[in-house]
Design a protein around this ligand. Structure first.
Ligand code: ADP
Ligand code: UDP
Length: 236
């Protein structure tokens, strides 16, 4: 399978068409951005780590009944995926307070929530991905009620599977963002990525941050953190 045309270049990945209209090739970059693209940098080796970690986790999720876009890993950075129409919703699940939630709720980070939360952001860079609820999503035709129900059900399964899995690696899953898309026949599947760019991952013992917050907050040892997560996955 070969790349044809560049369909889209995002902040972290390039997306290419292929000879098969139903398939795309995603190519993961080392580029890192934060704060709506205001902060830019490079995390050496990130592309390969995020590609291989996403595929590893997506395989696990498939086994647990969550359909994903994964078709075939081509090499360190590139993967063949099913082409979907991305639902313009960022689905965020939280197990512990952190980031914008901690700020908004006036809480310290790292407080365990009584139960996981789910929230949506409208995926729209011009509007800076505003927080919305399911009524907004329905009123703006971003998704149908059935799609919202499916996405919600899958997101909590993703959380259960990942929380348990990361726990075996000595990692606490604090929160994460996922994206879903529609196949041609309307089936909703998990797309995009699951990586230290999109999850907050803390060492269970030391609470050391092993994710993109090291880049966002200039905490140093950014590459080390990504490499440490990758090492614990045991997929070298
Ligand atoms: P951003 O667009 O936020 O800068 P990326 O650099 O990760 O993000 O770009 C990848 C883009 O590809 C995202 O907009 C994502 O929604 C989209 N995408 C991910 N998986 C698929 C897929 N299977 N089919 C179509 N688009 C996808
Ligand atoms: N997240 C993401 N992309 C975004 C916004 C958030 O992957 O555009 C992830 C982020 O890495 C974290 C979770 O979603 O794991 C919750 O992020 P939060 O709302 O706290 O926003 P932030 O503090 O990152 O601005």
């Amino acid at each position: 399978m070969e790349k044809k045309e560049l369909l889209y270049e995002g902040k972290a990945k390039k997306v290419f068409t292929t000879d098969d209209p139903g398939l795309l090739i995603v190519s993961y970059k080392d580029d890192a951005t934060a704060f709506d693209g205001m902060k830019k940098g490079t995390i050496v080796g990130k592309g390969a780590i995020n590609n291989r970690m996403t595929n590893h986790i997506f395989k696990l999720l498939e086994e647990k009944g969550v359909p994903t876009h994964l078709v075939e890993e081509l090499n360190d950075r590139e993967t063949v995926v099913k082409k979907v129409q991305i639902l313009p919703l960022e689905v965020i699940i939280r197990n512990y307070s952190a980031g914008s939630f901690a700020k908004k709720m006036g809480m310290d980070e790292g407080i365990k929530l009584s139960r996981p939360t789910l929230e949506f952001s409208y995926k729209n860079d011009d509007l800076h991905d505003p927080f919305i609820n399911s009524y907004y999503a329905l009123a703006l035709n971003l998704a149908t009620q059935e799609e919202i129900d499916t996405v919600t059900r899958y997101a909590f399964i993703v959380n259960d599977v990942m929380r348990e899995y990361f726990s075996t690696l000595g990692i606490e899953l604090i929160d994460f963002k996922i994206e879903f898309g529609r196949l041609g026949d309307g089936t909703v599947i998990l797309a995009d990525e699951v990586s230290p760019d999109t999850c907050r991952l803390w060492d269970k013992e030391t609470h050391e941050k092993l994710d993109k917050d090291r880049f966002r907050r200039d905490l140093g040892n950014v590459e080390d953190a990504y490499n440490e997560v990758f090492r614990r996955l045991g997929i070298q």
